[in-house]
Design a protein around this ligand. Structure first.
Ligand code: AMP
Ligand code: MG
Length: 355
């Protein structure tokens, strides 16, 4: 695992920084890697005129990520923070007041839900928790890896109506009408958080940046080394070293978010079971190895990458008709690489470069 993470960092450093800083605008490139937020590796790279500015801005971004991680965390309690864990525990008894970022994220997902063709449901935390538990056991002790009993999954799936989550806009509270409904924001939280951090960076002292929050990549304004844009590599999940790329996307003020079956998974009898669950079958979605979504907003990209991972390519295209400014690239289980036409001008495979 560590070897894979280090490999990914090397690949990202190469992609994000092929060109050395030049004197053109006297800015230099700096970077920092954080290991303990959103169960992911978060890399921040930016151009500033001095290291003190970079350190200050990166620390602000890290602190912001940390707070958002606590807000969206469903597994742990933090003193003084009404987070997803507290909602799942208390909101069926009385309304829980939450901070703006969490309330807005819930509003966003509820608003988008009708367009998602049943692919993503943040109220299916009960089903996802069962898979999470079996995956943990199966990862820690592969000999004892088994699938969750389908009856348990079906029972949990009786309690996953998003209508049970009542948002009171005036009081900023969340109430859950069905005590068995559990929230899981894993499909969208990291991208939503990265979007908030990026918006703040854009207004601050380091507008030229690229963030990689565990596969959620966001670019700010262009790199200050003579290149016209940032390049974001899309990892090829078939490469065991994590170094090969499916393609490269060039762009500034852009999000590139990937969902894949290579991020979290376990094996039962030699078959791989990954962490994105189809609400229809209650089993891991297995039509694609990875789906990458490209658009301006990272929260939307994160939600849609999970959605497209669940849907067939054809249903995914139908879903995207509702989002004309969003593009996607699939690596299907059969090994086909497919993409929407609207991102063709951004892809290296189509001749685009960052020069
Ligand atoms: P991502 O890596 O962004 O695709 O998100 C995967 C995470 O989303 C999982 O670890 C679960 O926490 C959650 N998840 C998995 N499947 C679904 C689904 N169908 N609807 C909502 N959340 C899901
Ligand atoms: Mg997602």
């Amino acid at each position: 695992m560590l070897k894979k993470v280090l490999c990914m960092i090397v690949v990202l450093s190469l992609i994000m920084g092929l060109t050395p800083a030049c004197a053109q605008e006297q800015a230099q490139k700096y970077s920092k890697v954080y290991f303990d937020l959103f169960d992911s590796v978060i890399t921040i790279i930016g151009y500033t005129t001095d290291s003190a500015t970079f350190d200050r801005v990166a620390e602000q971004a890290r602190a912001r990520f940390e707070h958002l991680h606590q807000l969206f965390d469903q597994y742990h309690e933090y003193e003084g923070v009404n987070n997803v864990y507290i909602i799942n525990r208390d909101a069926c008894v009385e309304p829980v007041a939450v901070e703006d970022e969490l309330f807005s994220l819930l509003q966003f997902v509820k608003r988008e839900q009708p367009r998602l063709m049943g692919s993503v449901n943040i109220a299916m935390g009960g089903v996802l928790a069962i898979w999470h538990e079996y995956r943990l056991i199966g990862t820690e002790d592969p000999q004892s890896a088994v699938l969750p009993p389908i009856e348990n999954l079906k029972e949990a799936a009786k309690h996953q109506s998003l209508d049970a989550i009542v948002l009171d806009e005036q009081n900023r509270t969340v109430f859950i009408t069905d005590p068995a409904v559990q929230l899981d924001l894993g499909a969208v939280a990291k991208g939503y958080a990265a979007e908030l951090v990026a918006k703040e960076l854009e207004k601050g002292d380091m507008p030229s940046f690229i963030i990689n929050a565990g596969g959620n990549v966001i670019t700010g304004s262009k790199p200050l080394d003579g290149r016209s844009s940032w390049s974001v590599g899309i990892q090829d999940p078939r490469d065991p070293y994590g170094a090969a790329l499916l393609d490269t996307v060039a762009g500034n003020h852009l999000s590139v978010v990937t969902s894949g079956d290579y991020q979290r998974f376990y094996y039962v009898d030699g078959v791989k079971y990954a962490h994105i669950i189809s609400p229809d079958t209650l089993m891991p979605a297995d039509l694609h190895q990875s789906v990458t979504v490209v658009a301006a907003d990272s929260g939307l990209c994160d939600m849609l990458s999970t959605a497209l991972f669940v849907l067939s390519y054809e249903d995914g295209l139908a879903l995207l008709k509702q989002y004309p400014d969003v593009g996607a690239l699939w690596l299907t289980t059969k090994g086909e690489i497919l993409h929407t036409q609207n991102i063709a001008p951004l892809l290296k495979s189509n001749g685009t470069s960052d020069q």
